[in-house]
Design a binder for this molecule. Structure first.
Ligand SMILES: NC(=O)c1ccc[n+]([C@@H]2O[C@H](COP(=O)([O-])OP(=O)(O)OC[C@H]3O[C@@H](n4cnc5c(N)ncnc54)[C@H](OP(=O)(O)O)[C@@H]3O)[C@@H](O)[C@H]2O)c1
Length: 335
């Protein structure tokens, strides 16, 4: 039986995931305080029903005052760094039941078995995994192991959905790629097109955190991989994008190095190398322990994201910089 009569603090509450976590917690019946510095203007969902506070979660005085003025049962940090976690530990230890951080499946590659799960090795630096993510997660889980600070680590795969340009087969989130598709121009795909990519819809991923809020202490010290249920190949991803955009583009399958050489302006080598690694995960643990039930497939997420791009006019020809309104970032890395 889930209990949502909880006071929840969301750090990063105006973000893609953070705003959806805040929305879900309010709708579930929690009393929610949301924190951001007030600088982010990225697309977000409505924040009504929560108390919004402007401040920096790395500012000791600000966080200490939050701890003095409020009583929180659950704290969620969607964009944590080690300093934020240390400060949260110092200000809230012994006073909260749960501390959730958003991490990434970027800790895992190269995958040794498919689908990978939470048992997959991740603590060593492989040259392909995100070293910052690994360090952060070790730090967070040590707070639980050594001090029983009630940390839970959520690791989303690639995030997709309304509000952001989706990843493309050049490894970034470049709107120029999808414009090429819309215009029927050829694009490149690394490898033979059979590399696996698994995306999680932003709404579904946020719901995992919300479900975790309703759980008891059994989630403390745990890691959860969250995503859609299945990975798809890059070839299928490309074909899905073409179907949404009514595109007759063709794909050229090339070694990553050749794509980098051909498109030095559009392709970042590290991103492409990362994309060329299988990302394929079993979300069974989150389903069993959190009751996580993602509604969208990897294909659905791409359809939703591209339909959002179309509705926003981001794929219109002659898009000027003024269309970069609302902080819609058109070229981003996967992190
Ligand atoms: N993109 C992907 O495909 C992917 C994949 C796996 C995991 N992830 C992880 O998923 C998370 C994404 O979360 P998101 O989508 O909600 O991020 P986001 O859209 O970038 O939003 C970041 C939020 O944090 C706030 N913020 C940043 N620094 C702050 C500070 N010092 N004090 C207070 N608020 C601060 C921002 O608002 P202000 O700037 O106004 O403060 C904003 O509300 C990240 O941890 C990322 O590493 C991403």
């Amino acid at each position: 039986m889930r209990d949502y009569r909880k006071n929840v603090l969301v750090f990063g509450a105006t973000g893609e995931i953070g705003s959806r976590v805040l929305r879900g917690c309010v709708d579930a019946g929690c009393r929610v305080t949301g924190v951001s510095r007030g600088e982010n203007s990225r697309h977000r969902v409505a924040l009504d029903g929560a108390e919004m506070v402007n401040g920096d979660k790395g500012d000791r005085d600000f966080v200490a005052k939050l701890a003095t003025d409020h009583r929180f049962d659950v704290i969620i940090d969607t964009v944590p760094n080690k300093g934020h976690m240390q400060l949260a530990y110092e200000c809230f230890r012994g006073r909260i039941g749960k501390y959730f951080i958003c991490s990434s499946t970027g800790a895992y590659p190269p995958l040794r078995y498919l689908p990978a799960d939470e048992e997959h090795p991740w603590r060593e630096k492989t040259g392909l995994n995100f070293t910052g993510t690994v360090e952060k997660d070790i730090f967070a889980l040590d707070l639980w192991r050594e001090h029983r600070f009630p940390v839970t680590v959520f690791r989303p795969t690639n995030i997709i959905g309304a509000g952001r340009v989706p990843i493309e087969t050049w490894g970034s989130r470049n709107i120029a790629y999808f414009k090429r598709l819309k215009a029927g121009e050829p694009v490149e795909i690394p490898g033979d097109g059979n590399t696996l990519l698994q995306s999680g819809l932003n709404d579904d991923l946020a719901d995992a955190f919300v479900r975790g809020v309703g759980c008891g202490p059994e989630t403390n010290g745990e890691v959860f991989v969250i995503s859609s249920r299945r990975a798809i190949t890059l070839r299928r991803y490309f074909e899905t994008a073409c179907a949404v955009l009514d595109s007759r583009s063709t794909a050229e399958y090339l070694p990553p190095d050749e794509i980098v050489q051909r498109r030095p302006e559009q392709v970042k080598e590290g991103n492409l190398r990362f994309l060329n690694e299988h990302m394929c995960f079993d979300i069974g643990k989150a389903e069993r322990m959190l009751g996580y039930a993602p509604r969208a497939t990897s294909e659905d997420g791409l359809v939703i994201a591209l339909e959002w791009c179309l509705a926003e006019g981001l794929l219109d020809s002659g898009l000027g910089n003024q269309r970069l309104h609302a902080g819609v970032a058109l070229v981003e890395t996967m992190k």
